[in-house]
Design a protein. Structure first.
Length: 295
């Protein structure tokens, strides 16, 4: 063995020794529970017994035959579509506006991040009492002045969008900060060259800024898809999936199956379906990364 090979092996040994604690922690906290959850999806388990009964694909057949599950899946897809458009557009527009306000943009970023750093229960209480309250909130103000507007959380037609509105309000500031950080990395010489060539604001954004921040946009799209299929807190805090399952999501459906009906095998099957969408979006990002060397 040559000295160079021996030195390389020593360095490799030190490398694996240094990452061993992280790998062990990941295995204990993520890998093992994930395997057990995947196994539970094929069993009939009430969360208490030590020997769950193997039922194969019965849990998956049951959930896909359940109209509430199909409605939950549709709600999740609608939720994802909303978050891939509205907060992304608002965040990009706001980031472009802040890009020119060099002195005050730090203050604005702090203000925009306040809803994101507040606990979900705090934001939910604020909206329930100040905005959606039909007596003393903004809704109540309009009702007291002759408007026929009603609490959107009480209607099956508007409840999902009302809950999504609260989550979008909490989330778009975070996207603004992320997009602004990406925009600031755009080389100034490219912007100046576009200005010299007579490009207008839209052309500078389309041909200079947008290609520069495309990796950030694509990464955030993947993260939004993952977050959308994990959405739980605002739905549960505001409506608990109601009224009449109109805001039921896959996460609340799984929560009800596990902790109300004690059907942990069924809940695990729903969890695997949720994970499947997250994995699909992750594979899509990896595929895009291989096609685009800038990602």
């Amino acid at each position: 063995m040559t000295p160079a090979v021996a030195a390389r092996r020593r360095r490799s040994g030190k490398f694996y020794l240094m990452i061993a604690p992280a790998l062990l922690l990941s295995g204990v906290v993520v890998l093992i529970p994930g395997i057990l959850t995947a196994y539970a999806a094929f069993t009939d388990w009430d969360g208490l017994g030590l020997h769950p009964a193997w039922v194969g694909l019965a849990n998956f057949r049951e959930i896909f035959a359940d109209p509430v599950f199909r409605h939950s899946l549709r709600d999740n897809l609608v939720w994802t579509a909303l978050f891939l458009t509205i907060p992304v557009v608002i965040g990009l527009l706001t980031a472009m506006l802040l890009l020119r306000r060099r002195r005050t943009r730090t203050v604005y970023q702090v203000i925009y991040l306040i809803p994101y750093v507040l606990a979900p229960i705090t934001n939910a209480v604020l909206w329930l009492n100040i905005i959606y309250n039909p007596i003393s909130g903004v809704i109540g103000f309009f009702r007291n002045h002759g408007s026929a507007i009603d609490n959107p959380l009480a209607s099956t037609d508007t409840a999902l969008y009302a809950v999504a509105g609260v989550d979008i309000w909490h989330f778009w500031g975070f996207l603004t900060v992320v997009y602004l950080a990406a925009l600031r990395q755009t080389p100034l010489d490219q912007v100046e060259a576009a200005l010299v060539e007579g490009a207008n604001g839209w052309q500078i954004f389309r041909y200079v800024y947008l290609p520069s921040i495309r990796p950030t946009l694509q990464l955030m799209w993947v993260m939004i898809v993952i977050f959308s299929f994990l959405a739980f807190d605002y739905v549960y805090l505001l409506t608990q999936g109601g009224p009449a399952n109109s805001t039921e999501m896959l996460s609340t459906y799984a929560y009800t199956a596990a902790f109300s009906a004690f059907q942990f095998g069924k809940a695990a099957a729903v969890g695997l379906v949720m994970s499947g969408f997250g994995l699909l979006s992750s594979f899509l990002f990896v595929w895009l990364s291989r096609k685009d060397p800038d990602l």
